[in-house]
Design a binder for this molecule. Structure first.
Ligand code: NAP
Length: 531
């Protein structure tokens, strides 16, 4: 990949010295300001954030005098420049004359642009028009955008060949993810292509294409200056790339870990694990994985590169079914929240929620003196009411029962409450029963549904009036840290235990299973204290 290396060297000459990186993949910040002045300010911010180059989106300028403005941008930009003048027919904002548009790109090239982006549809015409006159320094990226889907591997291979045949220095293919498994086909063409490839899959399901492209030899990825201000759907911020995902440290042998869920974007797990990996120099990256179908995900990402996974709503039960081996505790709970790929390639599933939640509740009781001095668990003999009968609900029911508590389970779908109650030996309630259920004082309450989770922070699973019958209230939801349920429980005099405690507890164990290293407990606490 000669072009990759040459361009990287060109970019490195403008980079902060002394930076260590394990991959040559460039980080490009799209600059979509409406004036040249704003663009140059943003390019300065991009440089300060650690970007390698900026993409100047000429189609976002409100007024544009090509000769004058291009000269200023090229002269004053603190980073190498990629010029894009995207027409409306390819998802951009320019709706003027095509000839004028291509003239501008030609001019940018002549004036010293490092890269220009030309759409596949006009690439042959453009390349013919510059034949023999292309400055050595400038690389032509020929791009294709598909806002509907991601084609088959065969069609993508043909697309690369078509783009290459136009004389492109760099191939750019941006497709749309309908499923996270679509990204695997883009990785496949990136790895096998003889030409440098920018392969990106748009949308939240395509997020990993923008992060672990560094592992698969992607030429470039985009990181925005601010979240929400994107030039294509699903772009992460450059801050997330650099600080959250440690992008520069991702190499061909970096192991991929992640949280499988739907929704999953709210999860703080990537912050926790990536910080911990960084603290001990562990060669891994932990990403958000928006997965629709767990079985399909594992069929597609079946290599040893994809090494370990946390599982959250709504996939814990499906995860238990697809593992080759499931730990006996997780089997009886019927839910897996941690999957590790063993050295023989087989998937091993276990449940760390159970330990995390129960020990946090016991600590809560002991901490307030309610259980201190008691031999055994302070939960023994207590009436333990669980709201929810999904993965977390099952884990708590199993754990509470094991600690000698009497258990009642209330669930929106009463049949599921009944089913779980039958298995663990508990009482089943409907959610409406819950507000009239107070056979005694000093009960323990655990919410294991997503009620009250961001963004629906005003919701709560139980009426405040009955909270006075509970001595401790636990909420598995941890975004926000203090849910409406916990706030009202505190006001009613109960001890409150946040889902954050469960989160930290279950993460200790997962980290050790993922890395084979002891979990940095203090670091976990420090990181999570920020949320
Ligand atoms: P799950 O297996 O999909 O189960 C979801 C449960 O929530 C089911 O009982 C479901 O009832 C109920 N539910 C969902 N939406 C509801 C609504 N609008 N009204 C009433 N009930 C509703 O999910 P999970 O993995 O157990 O996770 C549940 C919650 O616990 C999530 O918020 C998750 O973030 C949190 N959690 C936190 C931690 C932590 O470390 N703090 C760990 C695990 C889970 P039906 O049976 O009627 O569908």
């Amino acid at each position: 990949m000669e072009t990759t290396n040459c361009a990287l060297l060109a970019c490195c000459s403008k980079m902060a010295s002394g930076e260590r990186r394990k991959n040559p993949t460039l980080i490009c910040v799209p600059i979509i300001g409406d004036s040249v002045e704003q663009m140059l300010v943003d390019a300065g911010k991009a440089k300060a954030s650690g970007a390698d180059l900026v993409e100047i989106r000429l189609d976002s300028l409100k007024s544009f005098s090509p000769h004058e403005d291009l000269k200023i941008i090229i002269k004053d930009c603190p980073l190498p420049t990629l010029f894009t003048y995207r027409p409306t027919w390819e998802g951009g904002l320019y709706d003027g004359d095509e000839k004028k548009r291509l003239d501008v790109l030609r001019l940018a090239m002549e004036l010293g642009a490092d890269y220009i982006d030309v759409e596949l549809q006009v690439a042959r015409e453009f390349n013919n028009s510059i034949c023999g006159k292309k400055p050595e320094k400038c690389k032509v990226i020929v791009s294709s955008h598909n806002y509907q889907n991601t084609p088959s591997a065969e069609d993508l291979g043909n697309l690369v060949a078509t783009i290459q045949a136009t004389g492109a220095d760099i191939v750019k293919i941006a497709t749309t993810a309908l499923d996270i498994t679509d990204v695997a086909r883009i990785f496949q063409i990136t790895v096998h292509s003889q030409v440098p490839v920018i392969g990106l899959v748009m949308g939240e399901r395509g997020l990993i294409s923008r992060i672990i492209c560094a592992k698969f030899g992607g030429y470039l990825t985009f990181g925005t200056l601010e979240s929400g201000i994107v030039s294509a759907p699903g772009q992460p911020t450059i801050r997330d790339l650099m600080d959250l995902y440690n992008f520069r440290q991702i190499g061909p042998d970096t192991k991929v870990f992640g949280i499988i869920g739907k929704p999953v974007g709210h999860s703080k797990s990537p912050v926790l694990y990536n910080e911990a990996f960084k603290s001990v120099g562990f060669n891994g990256v932990y990403v958000h994985l928006l997965v629709d179908d767990v079985a399909k995900f594992f069929q597609t990402y079946s290599s040893s590169d994809f090494a370990g996974f946390s599982c959250t709503i709504p996939h814990k039960e499906a995860a238990a079914k697809i593992c080759d081996e499931v730990d006996p505790v997780a089997k009886s709970i019927g839910a897996v929240n941690c999957i590790v790929r063993r050295s023989d390639g087989k998937l091993f599933g276990c449940n760390t929620d159970y330990i995390g939640a129960i020990s946090a509740i016991e600590d809560g009781l002991r901490g307030k003196g309610n259980g201190s001095g008691i031999v055994g668990s302070p939960l023994a003999g207590k009436l333990f009411v669980i709201i929810g009968a999904g993965g977390a609900g099952k884990a708590l029911a199993y754990g509470a029962k094991e600690k000698g508590a009497r258990v009642a389970i209330a669930n929106r779908t009463y049949e599921r409450a009944k089913e779980l109650a039958n298995v663990v030996g508990a009482e089943a309630l409907s959610l409406t029963d819950l507000n009239n259920f107070h056979p005694e004082d000093g009960m323990i309450l655990a919410n294991t549904t997503s009620i009250g989770m961001q963004p629906k922070v005003d919701e709560t699973p139980i009426s405040k009036d009955v909270l006075k019958y509970y001595s401790l209230v636990f909420d598995a939801v941890y975004t926000p840290k203090v849910t409406r349920l916990l706030r009202e429980a505190g006001e009613s005099g109960a001890i409150t235990v946040s889902g954050l405690e469960m989160f930290i507890g279950q993460a200790y164990e997962q980290y050790e299973r993922f890395t084979g290293l002891p979990a940095p407990k203090e670091l976990f606490r420090k990181i999570m204290a920020k949320y």
